[in-house]
Design a protein around this ligand. Structure first.
Ligand code: PRP
Length: 179
């Protein structure tokens, strides 16, 4: 379960995540019935949640990926798009699928960027909401779990590029972060 010895307990088991993803997919499926849905995910962490969510959806959905890079620590949400959508989303229903929202700065930028492309609708589905760190208030239509103020890894979330592929979500030991 923890060959690295870096973890400080499982916060969300594989089963708990799977159950919640199924519930979110059911909600999304019923809200977007007979609509043309585009799921937009930000690389890299969001792809795990996206892959599971879209497979539980009982409707078709187009997938789009964006990649962004922060201009640096303290950039306050000023980001550069390094990979843009492959196609236009004008007149389509866009659902941004994110693994985690902390400050909200990334998503705030992203929503502003997508809004000017004139989608029919624009909403947010996030697996983990660490709202204690929020700086910008954002409308979240679908939320998996609220998180305490702990550094978490797994199911897409990394620690310096590692531990992203854990099937569960765990807290990292405090001393690891202090190293
Ligand atoms: C995470 C997450 C969001 C962002 C949220 O990505 O996927 O994009 O952080 O943080 P914020 O609310 O404070 O802006 P991360 O920067 O870890 O990139 P990664 O998915 O490539 O690991």
């Amino acid at each position: 379960m923890d060959p690295t010895g870096l973890l400080d307990g499982v916060l969300l088991t594989e089963e708990a995540i799977s159950v919640r993803v199924g519930e979110l997919a059911a909600q999304v499926g019923s809200d977007y019935l007979d609509r043309e849905l585009v799921l937009v995910t930000v690389l890299k962490g969001g792809v795990f949640f996206l892959a599971d969510l879209c497979r539980r959806l009982e409707m078709d959905a187009r997938l789009e990926f964006m990649a962004i890079s922060q201009y640096g620590p303290g950039s306050h949400g000023v980001v550069r798009i390094t990979k843009d959508l492959d196609g236009p989303v004008e007149g389509l229903d866009v659902l941004v699928v994110e693994d985690i929202i902390d400050t909200g700065l990334t998503l705030n930028y992203l929503l502003g960027n997508l809004r000017v492309r004139n989608p029919a609708s624009l909403a947010v589905c996030v697996l983990l909401d660490r709202d204690v760190r929020r700086i910008v208030d954002l409308p979240i239509s679908y939320r998996g779990f609220r998180l305490p103020d702990r550094f978490v890894v797994g199911y897409g979330l990394d620690f310096r590029g590692t531990l992203r592929n854990l099937r569960f979500i765990a807290a990292l030991k405090d001393e690891v972060l202090e190293r």
